[in-house]
Design a protein around this ligand. Structure first.
Ligand code: 5U1
Length: 675
């Protein structure tokens, strides 16, 4: 074979393999047996090896994965990657549809209904038909560049197809969708891991996310990942209909979920939801709900956005998933602030996409209310990412008369007395930082992602450090030496060096993060930020009396009391002095201007709310919103409690978005605000 013949054959093989990939991944209609496909691939690899001058980044042989990376670069999304508002009931879909109709001043609306895959959202940028960059969602504005990993996923086209009749792709194109791990691949991959003595992956979603975060693309290449496109970012010549845009993406070579349909009005949406709920157990991938999007792009832009989510789309989530299993025994766990939480040890059960062996029982009152006893058959519930819980006892299956659970009188970890705070459901270990469990948990909290974010210091390592006596308080982590670390089991020299570098890097936290990290009771991220913004220095917070603390937005008498007493405890002030001595220097934070999620929004509160109105106001203000007393066309959102009257009517008339307290709480939760 001469050079010209080789080039021709290489091109033929690439086109043939691309065609087979298209039939397999996009049309779901494979056209050749695996053995034939492998033969074509091997022939192409051999020719590219012999004629490197014809190599190409778009060749199907390039899916094996390139060189390992040092880390992932940041990518700014030119068009932010939005999140979706959630609905948990039919009623909320009707409300959504009514808002859409009011906003558009119309009587009917067409939606595109799509399964909501439980995977990882990804943005793919193409230039002249070639894949240039793949980025994760990140915080919606900045994501991570995972191009090398994404290039290994065979379902994602490296080179777009030019259809014979449909319009060609534009010179620049951004496509978004979900990378996921099909269930069959997940099970097979886990079986292989188990056989090789590796750690099994928890669920397909985590498996997909973990695969994309590999620094070595050759590892990603071995994971059975797949992809469905779900949106085209505004591009030249793009159809006005989202549904047609998806059809076009399919012709350009992107897999598009075959379950996607166009439906009309809330009735059509709800019929689709029910049909998908029925299909769900037989789908080859996990879904956690369905998504409805207005089909017409012009109508989409008329409605616009609220708090980072489009008003023209909504996700309807499937209800919590439940399974029955045996409760083997009731144990207790000691939390960071000494709270003793009863925990159900369960016969392992697969629920909500993961194997559950423990579930929270919340507190003694809950155990009595549900009458949960060791040996019972119980319904375990797990919704989305939340902690699994025992929902109820299957009382008909109870055998004999098992004894009621009693709270221990002494802490099972340190032996200190257990007491119940007056008027509270929780029991607490009185051991404070004498208790190894409380010490361990407070150190785990201190280094966690939302606190000082010390990578490489995971929960298990903290347990190891406390148990080995190397670390007694959060300040001790800064005294660790290389020798001490490498002396620990499973700790190599490189990991020890990385951890020491991370610890060094963490020595200049923002004041709000440090406050949150200290683990003061009821001081979540939002409260910590309010304190930091108000006082600007830790010394001032430490010296403030309760009255001064009450001046801070978001702080009521209970939290003021907790903050005040925290800084009156000598062991807490000692730890702060030790942190300073170890070189930790906190930085004052400036008012977040432009950074807060509800910046620029005006909210109105009306009706009777479950939480004190002042608290709702403080929380909203801490998130950047202005709270006004009257509704106008400029109002962003009305939070309506029970028996809301004229303000609610006016909001409806003006087409202003109205949410109830449950939706408000979910919004707060999504921003990590302490409730
Ligand atoms: N199927 C589907 N999932 N999903 C997730 N479509 C879809 N659209 C999304 C998201 C976050 O956002 C668009 C509304 C922009």
């Amino acid at each position: 074979m001469n050079k010209a013949q080789a080039e021709r054959r290489i091109n033929e093989l690439r086109a043939e393999i691309d065609q087979h990939d298209y039939r397999y991944y996009v049309l779901d209609a494979p056209s050749v047996p695996d053995a034939e496909y492998d033969r074509l691939m091997r022939e192409l690899q051999a020719l590219e090896h012999d004629y490197p001058e014809f190599s190409s980044a778009e060749s199907p042989t390039q899916r094996v994965g390139g060189e390992p990376l040092e880390g992932f670069a940041e990518v700014r999304h030119e068009t932010p990657m939005l999140s979706l508002a959630n609905a948990f009931s039919e009623e909320e879909i009707h409300q959504f549809h009514d808002r859409v109709l009011r906003g558009l001043e119309t009587e009917h609306a067409d939606y595109v209904a799509e399964p909501k895959l439980d995977g990882v959202a990804i943005a793919l940028r193409y230039r002249d038909g070639r894949l240039q960059q793949a980025a994760t969602r990140g915080d919606g504005v900045t994501g991570e560049d995972v191009t090398s990993n994404v290039r290994t996923i065979a379902a994602i086209p490296l080179q777009l197809r030019t259809p014979r009749v449909a319009p060609a792709w534009p010179a620049t194109l951004e496509v978004r969708g979900e990378i996921y791990m099909p269930l069959a691949g997940f099970i097979q991959y886990n079986e292989k891991l188990k056989k090789d003595g590796g750690k099994e992956l928890v669920n397909p979603r985590n498996a997909a996310a973990g695969s994309l975060r590999q620094l070595d693309p050759r590892l990603t290449a071995q994971r059975p990942l797949a992809f469905y496109a779900y949106s085209m970012v505004a591009a030249e010549g793009m159809p006005e209909s989202h549904f047609e845009a998806l059809a076009l993406l399919k012709r350009w070579g992107f897999p598009v979920n075959p379950e996607i349909q166009r439906v009309r009005d809330a009735v059509g949406c709800l019929a689709y939801y029910r049909a998908m709920a029925e299909k769900r157990p037989n789908l080859p991938y996990d879904i956690d709900g369905v998504v409805f999007k207005l089909d017409d792009r012009e109508q989409q832009s008329t409605l616009g956005f609220v708090s980072r989510a489009p008003r023209w789309a909504i996700a309807q989530k499937f209800p919590a998933q439940e399974e029955i299993t045996r409760l083997l025994e009731i144990d207790v766990q000691v939390g960071r602030t000494g709270t003793i939480t009863p925990v159900a040890r369960l016969q392992p059960v697969f629920v909500g996409g993961v194997t559950v062996t423990n579930a929270t029982l919340h507190n003694l009152d809950e155990i009595r209310r549900k009458d949960v006893r060791a040996g019972d058959w119980v319904v375990v519930r797990r919704a989305g990412d939340v902690i699994p819980e025992v929902a109820r006892v299957v009382i008909e299956r109870r055998e004999g008369d098992p004894a009621e659970f009693q709270m221990p009188e002494h802490c099972p970890v340190c032996g200190s007395a257990v007491e119940r705070d007056e008027g509270e459901a929780a029991f607490r270990c009185t051991g404070g930082l004498f208790c190894a469990a409380q010490r361990t948990r407070s150190i785990q909290h201190f280094v966690s992602r939302k606190a000082l974010d010390i990578e490489g210091l995971g929960e298990k390592l903290v347990v190891q450090l406390v148990e080995s006596g190397l670390v007694h308080s959060v300040a001790d982590i800064y005294m660790l030496t290389r020798e001490q670390l490498t002396g620990l089991e499973r700790m190599g020299e490189k990991s020890a060096d990385n951890l020491l570098a991370e610890l060094d890097r963490s020595k200049t936290p923002d004041l709000d993060r440090l406050l949150y990290a200290l683990g003061i009771r009821d001081v979540g991220e939002v409260t910590a930020r309010s304190l930091a913004l108000h006082f600007k220095s830790l010394d001032k917070i430490m010296q403030a009396n309760e009255e001064e603390l009450l001046d801070v937005p978001d702080i009521g008498p209970v939290v003021a009391g907790h903050v005040h007493s925290f800084f009156r405890e000598p062991h807490n002030t000692d730890v702060i002095a030790q942190l300073e001595a170890a070189g930790v220097r906190w930085q004052a934070v400036e008012s977040a201007g432009g950074e807060q999620p509800l910046d620029g929004q005006t909210w109105v509160l009306t009706g009777t709310l479950g939480m004190p109105r002042a608290r709702a106001k403080n929380l909203l203000e801490a998130l950047g919103a202005r709270v006004s007393g009257s509704v106008s066309a400029k109002t962003s959102v009305v939070l309506a409690g029970e028996a809301a009257g004229s303000k609610l009517r006016k909001a409806k008339k003006l087409g202003v978005e109205v949410i109830d307290e449950a939706a408000f709480n979910r919004l707060l939760e999504s921003y990590g605000s302490s409730l």
